[in-house]
Structure formats: structure tokens, C-alpha cells
Design a protein. Structure first.
Length: 95
């Protein structure tokens, strides 16, 4: 009787273990696909960041900023006589 129960458990456990292996394989495949997709997305984001950094570099050149200030905003460099320097010493202004 005990031999029959042990045999039955072994017979039932073999397909159960095989089925569990198949499930794990499916989950592994899904996770592997997700990792590939995330890696692709990461590379795209890195490339976009490089483009944006390049754009910032171009847009922040002093020559470009000066051109916009002069041509679009009608600004000019201050003349030396228009510049007033203020020097505060420690203790002044209640500090």
C-alpha cells in the first residue's frame, strides 16, 4: 500500500515538475524581452540627452547671446563711466 502511494506521488510529481519548468521558461522569456526593451529605451534616452546637451552648448555660446542682446533686445555694453562699483564692508547694513 505504501509502495503504491509512493509510486503515485512520484508519477504525479514528474509532470508537475515539468510543468513548473515550462512556466519558469515562459517567465524568463518575458523578463528577457522586457530587459531588451528597457535597454533599447535607455540607449534612446541617452542619445536624446546627448542631442539636448549639444543644443545647450550651441545656444549658450557668448557670441549667440551677445547677438540676441544687441539685435533683438536693443542692448549694448555699458560704457566705463556708466558702471558704478559698490563695496560693502562687513558690519555695514547691520550684518
Amino acid at each position: 500500500m505504501i509502495k503504491n502511494i509512493a509510486t503515485l506521488l512520484i508519477v504525479i510529481s514528474i509532470p508537475a515538475v515539468l510543468f513548473a519548468g515550462i512556466l519558469q521558461t515562459g517567465r524568463y522569456g518575458a523578463l528577457e524581452s522586457e530587459v531588451r526593451q528597457l535597454n533599447t529605451e535607455q540607449h534612446e534616452v541617452i542619445a536624446e540627452n546627448k542631442k539636448l546637451i549639444s543644443g545647450i552648448t550651441v545656444l549658450s555660446t557668448p557670441e549667440r547671446i551677445e547677438k540676441i542682446a544687441v539685435e533683438d533686445l536693443a542692448m549694448r555694453k555699458a560704457k566705463p563711466e556708466e558702471i558704478m562699483r559698490i563695496e560693502l564692508k562687513r558690519g555695514e547694513l547691520g550684518g
